[in-house]
Design a protein around this ligand. Structure first.
Ligand code: ZN
Ligand code: ZN
Length: 406
């Protein structure tokens, strides 16, 4: 066990990085925001830029958060299936098999009439619940997402993701059987085909679909699977670092990653993962939790949501409201790092590979003269880190690391 120093707080403002915005006269939302607390923190410490995973790489929130927590996604990431399932609120463990799924409409011959069941306009949770079951020593869990989207997770021993999709990827074609791509996957393919036959029979006579047929709507009578992925088996956070970690987030995917790593996942009232989330409650919880956990990660999703909406003024407002919520941490004896997980420029409406502004503030740390926390000012700061180095850098500032060598 290592000897512990001061607690560490990593604040990830999702999609924080931006480019000059037309709506803001050519500056970024962070530059435009009134942000006295962020500027005060950077003046007490170090500023700079952070590359998400590696320079110029455009990352998703899943790969970037793994990297920020010190787990190299290039080694461990196994495709979107498990992370999308976590995004729908399913809790996964290493070795679980996960799929992205669609509720679809098929005819009696198994020909897909609509891959999206007429873009389901009602909550399909009751269908998903009906498809949760135990079979052949495995547990099957289905969770409905928005419209026709869903996820399937299979838990148990001996599973493989070396199998094919059942989704034919276009209408007018037959639903495919799951096929094994190697010998080790034969059991998985067999049990999935059995499960899907059972699922078809349940969906075909479910009240939900009888109702839809009566109303002249397409029944959601087929669960199409794609993107099989085995959940990576990752070393638990506490075992890797020698101290406790906690996770505060509104969005299920980040909570799912925390849970996968065995971190404490806090439920915070009003933490919605939207632009209206209760930031103050999240920061109060972080302060409280730092009594128990040496490391706390907080995800703020509103900045990314505003970026995807192309709403620079909203993104600026989210940043301003979050800056106010930093009040309770301003005078604590802790190391604070604020950055993002990737850029989501408003004029682009998607993630980009632009580096993120970064600040590290820790009692007694060096000061590099950085004055403002934003994408442009941070170019003059001293730090140039990859996301995979963030936690290590925080550890050394906080006295939570071990000497490498004698
Ligand atoms: Zn993100
Ligand atoms: Zn995003």
């Amino acid at each position: 066990m290592i000897e512990l120093g001061i607690p560490m707080l990593l604040i990830v403002m999702d999609g924080l990085g931006d480019r000059p915005c037309r709506e803001l006269g050519g500056i970024t939302p962070l530059q435009a925001a009134y942000r006295p607390n962020m500027n005060s923190l950077i003046r007490r410490g170090l500023g700079g830029l952070m590359h998400s995973v590696s320079a110029g790489m455009t990352t998703g929130s899943d790969t970037s958060h793994l990297s920020l927590l010190g787990y190299d996604p290039v080694r461990f990431y196994s495709g979107r299936g498990p992370f999308e399932a976590m995004g729908l609120g399913l809790r996964l463990s290493g070795g679980d098999l996960a799929f992205r799924a669609n509720f679809a409409t098929a005819d009696s011959e198994g020909i897909v009439l609509d891959r999206r069941a007429g873009r389901l306009d009602e909550d399909a949770s009751e269908l998903a619940d009906a498809l949760c079951m135990e079979m052949d020593g495995l547990s099957f869990q289905v969770k409905a997402g928005v419209e026709h989207r869903a996820a399937l997770v299979v838990k148990g021993d001996g599973l493989s993701d070396r199998i094919t999709d059942t989704d034919p990827h276009s209408s007018g074609e037959k639903v495919k059987e799951v096929r094994a791509l190697d010998k080790e996957a034969l059991f998985t393919a067999e049990v999935l085909n059995k499960y899907l036959a059972e699922a078809r029979s349940i969906l075909g006579k479910h009240q939900f679909n009888l109702r839809r047929r009566e109303n002249g709507k397409m029944p959601a009578n087929e669960l199409l699977l794609r993107g099989a992925g085995l959940t990576p088996k990752l070393q638990p956070f506490r075992e890797k670092y020698g101290f406790n970690g906690a996770c505060i987030a509104g969005i299920p995917m980040v909570k799912g990653i925390g849970s996968l790593l065995g971190m404490k996942v806090l439920e915070v009232e009003g933490a919605t993962g939207t632009v209206n989330s209760n930031f103050r409650n999240k920061m109060d919880s972080a302060v409280e939790e730092m009594r128990n956990s040496q490391f706390v990660i907080v995800n703020i999703k509103g900045t990314d949501a505003a970026g995807h909406d192309g709403n620079a003024i909203l993104k600026k407002r989210v940043i301003e409201r979050f800056d106010q919520a930093l009040e309770p941490i301003m005078d604590l004896d802790v190391t604070v790092c604020i950055t993002g997980d990737h850029s989501t420029p408003c004029d682009f409406r998607e993630h980009s590979g632009d580096p993120l502004p970064l600040l590290m503030s820790s009692p007694g740390s060096r000061r590099d003269g950085a004055k403002f926390f934003d994408e442009i000012s941070c170019m003059n700061g001293s730090l140039r880190l990859g996301s995979g180095d963030i936690l290590q850098y925080m550890r050394q500032l906080s006295g939570n690391d071990e000497k490498y060598g004698a």
